[in-house]
Design a protein around this ligand. Structure first.
Ligand code: HEM
Length: 409
């Protein structure tokens, strides 16, 4: 039956098997109803539509411009906030504000993230990777998420910001609960945990700021605090929001690129050999893995005016989801072999895994460098790694990745 004759396929990330393989479901949706209304939002599944959405300056990233605030999910959030005795506050991180605030906030931190500043971190990253992999080698294997994919980006962003030593496990739990809140569907319990962890994280960041005021150094936190002390460049609430964003975005995404990336290489041994036999493929290979695993599977905007995607009218104030993971596997963009991992793919760099336009990922160079160093070292040192147990998925629809990847080397 052709797509026109059949019922449209509705996007449903709660389907059994979705965590292991969201892509075959995306493909069905993309072929059948690539622009559709789901859970009070509009979903876009084609590359061209997602690209247009992300680059459209008339799109907002501020939820308050959306009717979703009156919807079911907003009511759920209000109920949880009320039961905890807090009021849901506007998120002032750059990811969630429009120009001119966005421009000012992004400019304040962007110098630390230029490709040149990032390249200077290469020796630090290589040392961290070598240390972790020495342990894996000595033990004959281990969990590559717990031992490499998680601690590497966490330690690098901690170092860049100049955060004090803190209990990594506790922070990992808070940040895991917080990022669950950006899934398109969550339970009331998950919403409650996200709120509670947000409150804990907020208190922690406030303590970090106080500590750093007393212990300034040559780091990003000190530079941001100076901007706040300057008065009109950054408010205290904005300072707190940018630190939280950088800290969380700095590790909750790259972990998935490295963890799921290596898993996909293990599942595609011919591609692992391509990398091992030609280490110069690393730059293109990481772009191809970004396309293939989309560590951030979706991104959202609010339409400020009526707008059309693939012939479908979307009204002003609608909440629109760009399903980046689907865009990155769209055969109209990447060809009939879009579902194949091909580390030499010429168009790999055209993925939208980092978004596009004004909010294009600020940490893209950092994430790519971390993945190039980590995965090149893994491929070089453990080309014959085998699974030592079932990999466990993290249960997140948006920041999809592995919770653990047990291997023998
Ligand atoms: C593989 C790893 C990563 C992926 C896939 C990723 C993905 C993304 C995406 C898709 C966006 C845009 C969201 C939108 O348009 O709505 C974004 C924004 C952002 N990312 Fe990343 N990211 C990664 C790593 C990082 C790292 C390491 C940092 C470092 C701190 C970072 C910091 C940010 C920031 C600050 C923004 C907001 C930019 C803005 O609003 O102007 N990301 N990221």
């Amino acid at each position: 039956m052709s797509a026109t004759e059949s019922e449209p396929v509705h996007f449903n990330p709660l389907l059994p098997g979705y965590m292991e393989d969201p892509y075959s479901h995306h493909a069905e949706v993309r072929a059948s109803a690539p622009v559709q209304n789901i859970f009070e939002r509009w979903g876009l599944f084609r590359y061209d539509d997602c690209f247009q959405l992300l680059r459209d300056p008339s799109m907002s990233v501020e939820d308050r411009n959306s009717d979703i605030l009156e919807g079911e999910r907003a009511a759920q959030a209000d109920a949880v906030a009320e039961s905890l005795g807090v009021s849901p506050e506007r998120d002032l991180s750059m990811l969630n504000v429009d120009p001119p605030d966005h421009t000012r906030l992004r400019r304040l931190v962007s110098k630390a993230f230029t490709p040149r500043s990032i390249e200077e971190l290469r020796p630090v990253i290589q040392r961290l990777v070598d240390e972790q992999l020495d342990t894996v080698a000595a033990d004959g294997g281990g969990d590559l998420v717990a031992q490499l994919a998680f601690p590497l980006p966490f330690d690098v962003i901690t170092e860049m910001l100049g955060m004090p030593d803190a209990d990594k496990e506790t922070i990992k739990i808070w940040s895991g609960h917080m990022v669950k809140a950006i899934d398109p569907i969550i339970s009331e319990e998950e919403m409650r945990l996200a709120f509670e962890s947000g409150i804990e994280m907020d208190a922690h960041i406030n303590k970090v700021i106080e500590w750093k005021r007393a212990n300034p150094a040559d780091d990003l936190l000190t530079r941001m605090i100076e901007a706040e002390e300057d008065g009109d460049r950054l408010s205290t609430a904005e300072l707190n929001a940018q630190i939280t964003l950088l800290f969380i975005a700095g590790h909750e995404t790259t972990v998935n690129l490295i963890g799921t990336g290596f898993y996909e290489l293990m599942r595609n041994p011919d591609q692992l050999s391509v990398w091992r036999d030609d280490l110069d493929v690393a730059v293109n290979a990481v772009d191809e893995l970004l396309r293939y695993v989309s560590p951030v599977q979706m991104s959202r905007r609010v339409a400020l005016t009526d707008v059309e995607f693939s012939g479908v009218e979307i009204p002003a104030r609608a909440f629109v989801l760009a399903v980046l993971a689907s865009a990155n596997r769209d055969p109209e963009k990447f060809g009939a072999d879009a579902d194949q991992l091909d580390l030499r793919r010429a168009s790999a760099g055209q993925h939208v895994a980092f978004g596009s336009g004004a909010h294009y990922c600020l940490g893209a160079s950092l994430a790519k460098l971390e993945a190039q160093v980590a995965l090149t070292s893994l491929v070089e040192r453990f080309p014959h790694a085998t699974l030592a147990g079932d990999p466990i998925w993290n249960g997140r629809i948006n920041l999809r990745g592995l919770e653990s990847l047990p291997v023998s080397v």
